[in-house]
Design a protein around this ligand. Structure first.
Ligand code: ACO
Length: 157
């Protein structure tokens, strides 16, 4: 079977056009927001976030595509918390596409594009055992708690 290639399309260039696509991915992933005790962001919230993204030179966000429909979202920050670090704040695969290897492939793409960085952190919010298992399976190790429901994982690059 042919594996369709996964495309990471950068966000922050045209927030008005991008916001509905990001919002569609969020709407297809309600379980994640329930898990972290947050209401599903509104389209307005997403638009506001994309506007702030365009003003933060270190932050990068992408929509994941395999064909015309966006199937995931990825958000990280360069040189954070220290120079040479990158920190992933969210990798989200829409619920009906989870468990098909897409998260693993998206992470591999991200790592390929992080030349020059020394460490990749992943910040896991809430009680999210699936994400914890996922990052451990992808070569990360647990580093520390960053608060009552925040765990930091790290993988050398
Ligand atoms: N139990 C045990 N291991 C698992 C599980 C599970 N439920 N799910 C994934 N894994 C491991 C397996 O080792 C799997 O290896 P395999 O490819 O050999 O089967 C590997 O992870 C990769 O699995 P994928 O199918 O690539 O995982 P998926 O595409 O579902 O992506 C993710 C994982 C990103 C956690 C996805 O399920 C998701 O979007 N969940 C909801 C949002 C979320 O919680 N994101 C993480 C937030 S924290 C952060 O982003 C820093």
């Amino acid at each position: 079977m042919r594996t369709l290639s996964l495309e990471l399309r950068p966000l922050g260039y045209s927030p008005e056009e991008e916001a509905p696509l990001v919002h569609a991915v969020y709407r297809a992933s309600p379980g994640y927001f329930t898990l972290i005790g947050m209401e599903l962001p509104t389209l307005e919230d997403v638009l506001q976030d994309l506007n702030t993204l365009a003003q933060d030179a270190r932050r990068r966000a992408f929509l994941l595509f395999q064909g015309p429909e966006p199937l995931g979202y990825l958000d990280y920050k360069l040189h954070y918390p220290e120079e040479g670090d990158a920190t992933l704040s969210l990798l989200l695969i829409r619920e009906d596409r989870q468990g098909q290897g897409l998260g693993r492939r998206a992470l591999a793409h991200l790592v390929e594009g992080l030349g020059g960085m020394e460490r990749l952190y992943a910040v896991v919010y809430g009680n999210n055992p699936r994400a914890q298992r996922f990052f451990l399976a992808q070569g990360f190790r647990y580093v520390k708690d960053g608060g009552p429901a925040i765990q930091w994982y790290m993988r050398p690059l």
